[in-house]
Design a protein around this ligand. Structure first.
Ligand SMILES: *[C@@H]1O[C@H](CO)[C@@H](O)[C@H](O)[C@H]1NC(C)=O
Ligand SMILES: *[C@@H]1O[C@H](CO)[C@@H](O)[C@H](O)[C@H]1NC(C)=O
Length: 318
C-alpha cells in the first residue's frame, strides 16, 4: 500500500533543479552509435531477441480487417519456420511482443489473434493520436473504448504545450486521468520528444509520466518530424534509472519511429544493456515500436542461415 501511494506521488522537487548536460549526452550517444554492437556469431541470436521486443505496428488510414489479420499472423510467425529450425529455435515460441493499431482496429486485431489461437497483447494508440488535439473528454473516452474492445496496452500521447510551458502539475493530472481510464490495461505514455524543445524537458516529462503511473515511457509517435534518437533515449533511460532508485519501481522504455534496420535494433539493445542492464532486456520492460523493422531482421536471418540475400519472393512481407 505504501508503495502504491508512493507511485502516485507528484514530487516536483525531483525535477525542479534538473538541467540535462546536453554536450555530455551527445558525446555518449556518438560513442554508442560508433561502436560495433554484436559479434558476428551472436548476431542471429540477438536479432531473434530483438523480434520478441517488437510492437508490430500499423497506423494507417487505409488499415482494414485483412491487413490487420496479416499483421497478426506475422506477429505470431515473425520468422520463417525453416529459418528458425536451422537455428534450432523453432520450438521457442518466438513471437513479437504485441501488435499496435488504431482504436477502431482493436476489435479486428483481437478477433484475428483469437482465430490464430494466439495470446499476444493488442496495444492501441489513443488520446487523439498522434497530435493529441482533441477534447480531454473524448481522449478519455477513446481510452475506455479501446480497453472495452480488448486492448490490454494503451499508447497515449500527451499535451505537448503543458511541457513547453512547464505546467507539470497539469501534465501529471492529465496522465493520472489516462491511467484511471486504462483500468487494468498497461499505460504507455508517448512523449513525442521531437516536439518538446529541450533534453531537460524530455527528462522532466519522463519523470512526471512515471510519477503519474505510466508502465512505459515511449519516445515518439513516428509521425513527428524527429523520431526516436539516441540522445533523447539516453535522457529517458536515465530518468527511468533515477525513478527506479527513488521508488524501486521498474518502468519500461519504448523507442518508436524510424527504427527500420536490423543493425539499428542491435544498437538499441546494446544501449538498453549498457544504460539499464540485462534486467531491462525483456518484453515487460523494453519494446521497439516498428513496422518495417521485422522484414529487415528476417532478411538478415535468412542471410545468416543460407549465406544468400533473400529475393523479394523468398520472404513474404506482412
Ligand atoms: C493543452 O494545454 C494547453 C495549455 O494549458 C491548453 O491551452 C490546450 O487547450 C490543451 N490542449 C488540449 C487538446 O486540451
Ligand atoms: C519517422 O518514422 C516514420 C515511421 O517509421 C517515418 O515514416 C518517417 O520518415 C520518419 N521520419 C524521420 C525524419 O526519420
Amino acid at each position: 500500500v505504501l508503495k502504491s501511494i508512493l507511485h502516485s506521488l507528484l514530487d516536483l522537487s525531483w525535477i525542479s533543479k534538473i538541467q540535462v548536460n546536453q554536450p555530455a549526452v551527445l558525446r555518449r550517444a556518438q560513442q554508442i552509435q560508433a561502436r560495433r554492437t554484436v559479434k558476428k556469431e551472436w548476431q542471429a541470436a540477438w536479432l531473434l531477441k530483438a523480434v520478441t521486443f517488437i510492437d508490430l505496428t500499423t497506423l494507417a488510414g487505409d488499415d482494414t480487417y485483412s491487413n490487420i489479420q496479416r499483421l497478426c499472423y506475422k506477429a505470431k510467425y515473425p520468422i520463417r519456420e525453416d529459418l528458425l529450425e536451422a537455428l534450432n529455435m523453432h520450438d521457442k515460441g518466438i513471437t513479437t511482443a504485441a501488435v499496435c493499431v488504431y482504436p477502431a482496429r482493436v476489435c479486428d486485431a483481437v478477433k484475428a489473434l483469437k482465430a490464430a489461437g494466439c495470446t499476444i497483447p493488442v496495444a492501441s494508440v489513443a488520446t487523439g493520436f498522434p497530435a493529441g488535439q482533441t477534447h480531454l473528454k473524448t481522449r478519455l473516452e477513446e481510452v475506455k473504448l479501446a480497453v472495452e474492445d480488448g486492448a490490454t496496452e494503451i499508447d497515449v500521447v500527451i499535451n505537448r504545450t503543458l511541457v513547453l510551458t512547464g505546467q507539470w502539475e497539469a501534465l501529471y493530472d492529465e496522465i493520472r486521468q489516462f491511467r484511471k481510464a486504462c483500468g487494468k490495461a498497461h499505460l504507455k505514455t508517448i512523449l513525442a520528444t521531437g516536439e518538446l524543445g529541450s533534453l531537460t524537458n524530455v527528462y522532466k516529462a519522463s519523470m512526471i509520466a512515471m510519477m503519474a503511473g505510466s508502465d512505459f515511457i515511449k519516445t515518439s509517435t513516428g509521425k513527428e518530424t524527429v523520431n526516436a534518437t539516441f540522445p533523447v533515449a539516453i535522457v529517458m533511460l536515465r530518468a527511468i534509472r533515477d525513478f527506479f532508485w527513488k521508488t524501486g519501481k521498474k518502468i519500461g522504455f519504448k523507442p518508436a519511429g524510424g527504427i527500420r534496420s536490423a543493425k539499428d535494433s542491435l544498437a538499441w539493445l546494446s544501449l538498453i544493456k549498457e544504460e539499464l542492464g540485462d534486467e531491462w532486456l525483456k518484453p515487460e520492460l523494453f519494446r521497439i515500436g516498428a513496422s518495417a523493422l521485422l522484414s529487415d531482421i528476417e532478411r538478415q536471418i535468412y542471410h545468416h542461415v543460407t549465406g544468400r540475400y533473400a529475393a523479394y519472393h523468398d520472404l513474404p512481407m506482412c
